[in-house]
Structure formats: structure tokens, C-alpha cells
Design a protein around this ligand. Structure first.
Ligand SMILES: Nc1ncnc2c1ncn2[C@@H]1O[C@H](COP(=O)(O)OP(=O)(O)OP(=O)(O)O)[C@@H](O)[C@H]1O
Ligand SMILES: [Mg+2]
Length: 323
């Protein structure tokens, strides 16, 4: 069964400088209980799509069904079945997490006693016991994000939309957050649709990734399949001397697609082949070259992104990420 079905959804903004095609026509399905990630650079159209699917923004054209309700004819029905955690979060700084959770329950028509009970339950599930009674402004970024997600789950939605849930969190807080998201799916079968520009997040958390570029979905598959489809591995060889000779002999090998010299040796793009390291070692040995080290890596999601869009997702000034 599908939780989300999207057909040719577009959003065009009129600005002083002309039309901005924020979402240029996206179509995709998300199955019940799936965790799907929308992976794209800044400005790719992730938030715009999420805001359309959560009824906050009217599409320019196209249609969608979300949690069994039609977006254009039954926005109210959609709203009742979904939770949305915005990119910027939504807690008021002076209120405590607990009071925010109770208020959220009341907004969804729970009576006071039920709202209090639900708040207690979420506080426990999200390990917020020691934090829930402090003003939210005093929470760390990761703690506040956990509270944001708990808020989005107050009314037990079928589909949870998360816009960049772990942006600006340190690696530990991010993996903790992923654990919580996995637990939500495990315990309640909730469908999760999230946006991210973190490749490791997409890789670690998502069953399926949709790569969005300039308002279009340019690839969709499981992280494993996306990487496998590239069909090549990266071999790095560390050499103290003879880099030029090594480059010349290895370039002859039929599996080698590309050789690049780098500071400590060579970086080769080679056809996927389990025996390639042995063959390289033999070739180098025959030429009397002894490498310091040699290692093979599967392509990363960044390589996938690069091959599809011709650009790395790692933005200027960001550390490249290994996945
Ligand atoms: N109200 C608006 N008016 C004009 N252009 C807009 C408006 N909102 C968004 N855009 C443009 O639409 C494009 C997509 O924006 P969107 O916020 O969906 O990107 P995003 O993928 O969420 O990026 P980020 O990773 O930075 O959050 C951008 O070029 C943005 O400048
Ligand atoms: Mg965004």
C-alpha cells in the first residue's frame, strides 16, 4: 500500500526577476512504513515539496495523495493523518517541552487528561525526562530536534515529514536521532519522508533515496543499489617512489577506467571486480614496484550524486564526507 503518491507536482514562484521553478515536476510513491529520503543540495526544492505535501503550500500543478487523502480536495483529511517537523523547528523558547507537547495534543482535539498522558509517553520514548520541564531555549540543538519530532508525533500520524531533521547536529546527536526515527517506524509502522543534504544520513537511515536536483527527481533507489549501479570501485595506492611508472603499467590493465595521480600515490577508478587488488599487486610486483599500501573502496553516495548531477553535494566550505 502506498502512503504517499505524487504525480507531476510543480511549484513556480513569481518574483521581481521573473519565474522561479522551485519544483519542476516530481512524481514518486512512498510505501506504508517506508523511510524515504529526499537528497539534494541547497535550493533543490526539498522544502517546497515537503510544504506542498503537508498542505502548507498550494502546488502550481500536479496532484498527490497522502495517507489516503487527496491533497487538493481533502487537505483537512491529509492534515489529520500527518506530522510535519519544519526545517527551523517550531517550539516557543520560553515554554517547557512538556507544555508544548500538551498544547500540541490539545490542538489535535485531545482532552487535557489525554494530552498530558500522551506528553508523558512521548517524553519517555524520546529520552526527554530530564529536559522536558526546562524552557526549550535552554535545550541543545540535538535535544530540541528530538522534542520537535516528538511534537510531530503527538497525534500518532500515519506519515511523518521531517525537513532536515539533523542539520547542524554533531555526529553523535545525529545517530541518536536516527535511532529514534527508526524506533518510531518499528513501533508504529509510521511512514517517514525526510529531506536531507547529508549523504551519510540518507545512507544510514533511508530504505530508499530520491535524489532531487533543480526541482526534479533525477534518481531513486535504495542507497545500496544506487552505489552498485555505478559499477566501479575506487582503488587508492600509496607509493613512496615510482608513481609515474606505476601509473603507466596500471593504465594498461583492462579493468582500469581512470588513473589520477595524487599527493601520496594514485587513485584509480576500476570496474567492480573482487580480484582486482591481487591483480594490481602482481602487476606492480612484476614491474618491481612496491606500494606502501593499497585499498579498494566502494563508491559513496557522493560519487552517485556526482555522476548524476556532475556536481558534488558537498558544498563549498564543507568537509567532504565519506560514506
Ligand atoms: N517564496 C519564494 N519565492 C521565490 N522563490 C522561492 C520561494 N521559496 C523558495 N524559493 C526558491 O525555490 C528554490 C527551492 O527552494 P527550497 O526551499 O525548496 O530548497 P531546499 O531544497 O529546501 O533547500 P535547502 O537545502 O537550502 O533547505 C530555491 O531556489 C528558492 O530560492
Ligand atoms: Mg529546505
Amino acid at each position: 500500500m502506498h502512503s504517499v503518491q505524487v504525480q507531476d507536482l510543480t511549484k513556480t514562484y513569481k518574483t521581481k526577476n521573473g519565474l522561479v521553478e522551485a519544483v519542476a515536476g516530481v512524481s514518486f510513491d512512498v510505501a506504508q512504513g517506508e523511510i524515504v529520503g529526499f537528497l539534494g543540495q541547497n535550493g533543490a526544492g526539498k522544502t517546497t515539496t515537503l510544504r506542498m505535501l503537508t498542505t502548507l503550500l498550494k502546488p502550481t500543478s500536479g496532484s498527490a495523495r497522502v495517507a489516503g487523502h487527496d491533497l487538493s480536495t481533502d487537505a483537512q483529511g491529509v492534515r489529520r493523518k500527518i506530522g510535519y517537523v519544519a526545517q527551523s523547528g517550531g517550539t516557543s523558547p520560553a515554554a517547557s517541552g512538556r507544555s508544548e507537547l500538551v498544547l500540541q495534543g490539545r490542538l489535535y482535539q485531545m482532552n487535557q487528561a489525554d494530552a498530558v498522558r500522551r506528553a508523558d509517553q512521548l517524553i519517555q520514548e524520546f529520552d526527554l525526562e530530564d529536559l522536558a520541564d526546562r524552557p526549550t531555549v535552554t535545550l541543545s540543538g540535538g535535544q530540541r530536534r528530538r522534542l520537535d519530532i516528538a511534537l510531530g508525533l503527538t497525534h500518532r500520524p500515519d506519515v511523518l515529514f521531517l525537513d532536515e531533521p539533523s542539520a547542524a547536529l554533531d555526529p553523535q546527536s545525529r545517530s541518536l536521532l536516527w535511532e529514534h526515527v527508526r524506533k518510531v517506524r518499528e513501533n508504529y509502522g509510521t511512514t517517514v519522508f525526510l529531506s536531507t543534504h547529508y549523504l551519510d544520513e540518507a545512507d544510514a537511515l533511508c530504505d530508499r533515496v530520491l535524489i532531487i536536483d533543480k526541482g526534479r527527481v533525477v534518481a531513486e533507489d535504495s542507497p545500496e543499489n544506487l552505489k552498485a549501479q555505478l559499477g566501479y570501485d575506487i582503488v587508492t595506492i600509496e607509493l613512496a617512489t615510482d608513481a609515474d611508472r606505476a601509473e603507466a603499467v596500471l593504465a594498461q590493465h583492462p579493468a582500469v577506467q581512470e588513473v589520477k595521480a595524487q599527493a601520496q600515490g594514485l587513485r584509480l577508478t576500476v570496474e567492480h571486480n573482487d580480484r582486482v587488488l591481487l591483480q594490481f599487486l602482481r602487476t606492480l610486483d612484476e614491474a618491481g614496484i612496491e606500494p606502501l599500501s593499497i585499498q579498494v573502496e566502494r563508491p559513496t553516495l557522493d560519487d552517485v550524486f556526482l555522476s548524476i548531477t556532475n556536481r558534488s553535494i558537498n558544498l563549498p566550505g564543507q568537509q567532504p564526507m565519506n560514506v
